[in-house]
Design a protein around this ligand. Sequence first.
Ligand code: HEC
Length: 558
Amino acid sequence: MKHHIVTKHICYFGVFAVTLWLAGLTTTGRAAGNEGCVILGNDDKPFTGQNHDPLFQILKSPGKCPGNVFDLRALLEKRGLTLHPSFVGNRGYDNPLPEGSFSFFEGVTGTLDGGKLAFGDFFFGHFTEATPARKPTTLSAQQEPDPGNLMIELIVWDSKKGWYNFYEMRGAGKAGVWYYRGDSMDIANDLAKLHRNTNPTQPVFGQTLRCSACHMHGGPIMKELSLPNNSWWRKDRPLPLGGLKVAPDIQPIFDKIVDAGDFSQWIKTGVDKLQASPSYRKARSKLTLQEQLRPLFCEMEVNIDSDLEPLTGSGEEVQVPVGFFVDPRLVPQGAPTIKISKKLYMSALTSFGSSFTDKDQGPRPTDPVDADHPWLTPVKAYSDTQAVDALVKQGLIDQAFVVAVLAVDMTRPMLFNSRSDLLLLVPQQFTPDWKDKFIENLRASKSPAAQELLKNLTSPERTVAFQQKQAQTLLEKVQAQVANQDYVTSLVRLLVQRRGEVFASVLSQDPLGQIFEPEFRVIFPNMSQLSKYLYPSGLSAQFWLTPDGKVETGEHNP
Ligand code: HEC
């Protein structure tokens, strides 16, 4: 019987067309002669354009074409480049069996033909699986060249374009074939209507490349970007392998695993490089003004934050990330984080029937009550924040405008707030007086959120300091209540809803994939007793934090 493997992505493109087409070549996936590898495009025909990135350069050099991740690694190393692998547990921190589902995401640096590859310029990812046929059960690379199998995903900086190219390798029978899927601006075009689709009969998402479903800012991503990088391998918290024996071919990758904190720096470097790239800024300035300002009003990506200590740590308190309560940009520097007794938190988990269960396995006696780190919460993505910063640097908006917008419906920092609809009142096209037009549109709107933003933008007393004071007061009011069990339980209920909101939001509606990858990753604990605390009409009503720091259920837009 074939062992059940959780594969990362289903193949959407014409696998069989590829295999037939490639039958015309001497060896599957490998072109003979001096033109280097065949790289296919989304139409399954050879891509005839010219990219200016190191992968393209290497694949187009004469020689054998890499047909799996080991070939690729060997070739990159032969060209003098250095590989820096990070390692993630796809099914949670300590849940390696039976599937052995982990990901390697590698950064590539060095010098290629005189050009320098810095951290953030070149990433590729590949996946592992358990092979029980080998005794003892072995952790192996998932590199079967079965038709359509996803073998490698790759993002690399194109120095001529000034943004990223996205590639992948898919199995084609005997070996993998390379595909060029598109670039950062193709992703921007796929997402033109995100949060802006006023016609429900029209699809929100373009379909040029599936990468747009999750890499929504057109660059690298890492959900668990900040410490403690839950489920990622860290020097001070390596991932348990449950007795799986590492296959000899991936042992050299293992020997070089980097700390997730280092990897996260390279992701940030990549995000920053894209946002600062002059040609990327120029290309974005040709998009509608709504698309340019979108990350201020709405979420494009999501990060996950948590307590810094594992649940099993010795601390008696759980530190809840500020971003759970309010956008951190509203919080004055040095504001204290919210600390909650671990006892009260644990008791709330018990009343909700919390257990970290791998749904593919069903409940097991060894299931912990929570993920590795307590209070895993969706927070504003670093990329969203940096995209807004770039607009400030560019002079399109200023910090006061940013704060005025974020302060609308402040206690709902992410998703399902009344702030996001205000994007549609932004004029479509840039004109020097766009802001006046926007204010006119706000004035003409009846929505309470529009009225609030109008006030934030026009009343002299609504300064940045004023809004920061509101945020700080909210945090103080929360802190003053956390000694109460019922209050902590209601906050945990709100937390569960915040997780659910990501799955329910438009960010998870792209048919080509969703950021939390529910088939592939196990991230959050399951709450078997939640129904007791469900608001009857689901997400059209919701739990929310009042400006007094109380948790109430109410209509979506109170
Ligand atoms: C279903 C969501 C999803 C889709 C679709 C997707 N990715 Fe990713 N990818 C991720 C996530 C999530 C990570 C980072 C790991 C994490 O946070 O768990 C990642 C990481 C990567 C990395 C490592 C560098 C980085 O950004 O962390 C590369 C390279 C990559 N993806 C390439 C691609 C390419 C190329 C495509 C399209 C062919 C693609 N991905 C499509 C979700 C996705």
